[in-house]
Structures are given as C-alpha cells and as structure tokens.
Design a protein around this ligand. Sequence first.
Ligand code: AMP
Ligand code: MG
Length: 433
Amino acid sequence: MTQPTLPQPTLTEFVSGLADYDPNALPVAQAQRIVQEFVQPIHGIETVTIWQALDRVLAADVISPISVPAHDNSAMDGFAFQGPDLLPDAATQFSIVGTVYAGRTFDGSVGRGECVRIMTGAVMPAGCDTVVPQEFTQHASDTTVTVPHGVVRTGDNRRLMGEDLQAGKAALTQGRILRSADLGLLASLGIGQIMVQRRLRVAFFSTGDELRSLGDALDAGCIYDSNRYTLFGMLTRLGCELIDMGVVKDDPASLEAALRSACANADAIITSGGVSVGAADYTKQIVAQLGDVTFWKIGMRPGRPMAFGTVTSGGKTAYLFGLPGNPVAVMVTFYFFARDALLRMMGTHSAPLPMLRAASATDIRKKPGRTEYQRGILSTDAAGNPIVRITGSQGSGVLRSMSEANCMVVLHHAQSNVQSGDPVDVVVFEGLV
Ligand code: AMP
Ligand code: MG
C-alpha cells in the first residue's frame, strides 16, 4: 500500500515560516492556503475499463490515436457539391450522380455542376466541400436538384476531419476527473481502458459519549450520530474509498486506538467533534504523542475550531482533519477546507468551488473580521436575475438549514452588513453535496 510521502517540512515547521500566523485567530483564506499547500498527492495507479472510470482521476495524458472525425463528413442530410459551382446571383441546378450513406464512401468522381445525395455523417465525396440541406432545395427529382440563391456558402454543413480531436494531440490531461462527456470522448477514440489514480482511502469516525448509532436505544441526553452519515455522503461524492470506524468514545485510550488503526489503513482521517475548547485537552495530548497536529481557531462561522496535521503510527502517516462536532460546521469545514485538500491528494488539479453572484433578498447582519457561511435558497426574480434568501435558523446545529438550502452564501472576511438587493457570493450545492 502506498502512503502519502511524508511532507517536508512538518506542519509545525511549515507554519513557523509564515509571518502573520496565529493559530488562535486564523483567517479562512490563510487556513485554506496552509492546508492546500501542505498536503501531497498520493501515488498509485490502476487500469480500469471505461465503465469503471466515471469520477476517477486520470493518471496520464490520453493522446488521440486517431483523428475524430477521421474524414470530412456531412453535418446534414442533403446534397454535396463543389461550392464554387454555385452561381453568384441565381439558383443553381445540379445533376445527381449518386448517393452516399453514413458509414459509406462515394467512390465515383463528382464533376462541375454535379452533386451527390448525402446523409448526415457520410464521408464527403472527393472534391466536394459544401452540403445544402435537403429542406433548402427545390425541384428535387431522382436526377436533378435546384439550390436556391443565397441558401448556402462554400464550406457550409461540412464537418472537418479532426475538428473534434486531432491524432497525436492530448485529448484529456492528467489530473482530470473523468465525467460523462469524457467517457464518450474516450470511446470516440476507440479507448476502452485507461490508467487512473488509485482511490484515496479515507477513515472517518465520530467522537462523543452522547452519540448513539442507528439501531441503539436513545438514552436520556443522548443524540443519534448524524455526522458520520453526512461525511459518508460527502466522501462518496468525492470518489473516496471509505473506512467507517463508527463512534469513538470520549476517552483517551479509545481515541488513541482509533487513530492508530486509521493511520494503518488510510491516507487521510476525518473526525468530527472533540476539537472545541474543553473537549480538546486530552485529544491534544494524544495527537501530540501520535503526530504533528495543530488546533486552530479559524475566523469563521460556523466551524471555528478545527484540528489539522499528520498522525503517524507503525511507520505510517496520514493527514488528520479534526472537524468540529456541530452538524452544519462539519459540512462547512469539509467543503471549505477538507475537500480541496482531498482532491489534491487524489491527484486532481483541484479548483476552488465556483462562486456566482446573486442579489440578497433580505438584509443580513455580518461582522467584519470573520467569514460566514449562511445557508441559502437560490432562485430567480421576476426579471430572471439570480436572487438568494437565507434559510430559517442559521444555528450551527440546525442541519435542516443545510437540507433545505440549495446553496451557501459566503460572506467574506472583510465584508460587513448586507442590505437587501446587494450582490453576495454564492456556492451552489448541485453536483457538490
Ligand atoms: P463537540 O465539538 O464534540 O463539543 O460537539 C459540538 C456539538 O455537536 C455537540 O452538541 C455535540 O453533541 C454535537 N455533535 C458532535 N458530534 C456529533 C455527531 N456525530 N452527530 C450529531 N451531533 C454531533
Ligand atoms: Mg464531543
């Protein structure tokens, strides 16, 4: 099994070189940069068939073995001829000298004033460079057809050889996450097997004595563990190989055993809970023994506390993301810190989540000096412009706000109160969660 290369320097060394670094008051942008620059891609490649390749990360450039299309061909059902035969200021009559269907070639020659009946996708007969669609023609019989003046110009309705993909050029580049169009594109090149990065192995568990698993009785004061299911969904969407480690009790021995076991099996470990003030003390001691983890207080809401670093056990090292316990905070910190880092580990050219601008439907209170992630519902106003309204209660424990939302409104670090109608940045969930 390949583990991520142990980063040099360690996180402690890495952050000690940063001028304005304060783990107790870390702006979101700085925390994102540290996480993103610190993690390293994993190594390990496997060959899969095209049927297994959806959402996998391409491990090497795919060079087109052929041009697509392989020949000039017709984009329409109609008649192919030489463009210069069209009369400059009148309708042109052509003699029909043959028919060519898709998947066939026309082996005869096409002279001046002659044309070939052609179907969409059929190879252009030698010498022909223009196609008039059937519906634009007049007086078509078995032997002649008339092309009215002005309905086509030379070169119209012809697809050029290699206009989709050129032989010898990179059709897809390393690091790309393969989506539906890419599968079709590979098939159009005749490629049925490709090399992809192995899946990233992510171990995850919830911490907390109050947590009960599904199927357990809910004792007084206890709650069901929901974070593990949210994390399961988010990690599955990213294409990770999951190691579900269940609920871990708030005691040092259980936590240490869980972290050691996770280290042995995973590239990254994601935990929820136990990183806020008070809870964190014994956690800090354990991770201090096992590795190099920093407990941050990030200038954000929700999700202020987060632990990040590496843990090592039995000679194996894994990155640790200790996310906060509150259900909304888990999702926010996952999307805005862990996601990009996991994508980088997976070998992708990760790009930050795309944002779009929408007018806020209401006033929003916002203090400068921290980033706020509010759950929103994006729609369009009567004029068709994007508009966003905040979902009801924004408490970091109110998972319903996340479930009802279709986007996150990002109120940036320096931003202050928003007036109704002001543009705000929005990250759309579709395709993400
Ligand atoms: P903590 O950071 O461990 O103090 O947790 C903060 C809050 O999140 C507490 O109210 C916890 O009960 C809640 N919480 C922690 N873990 C989970 C979980 N896995 N599922 C649901 N709620 C949780
Ligand atoms: Mg807890």
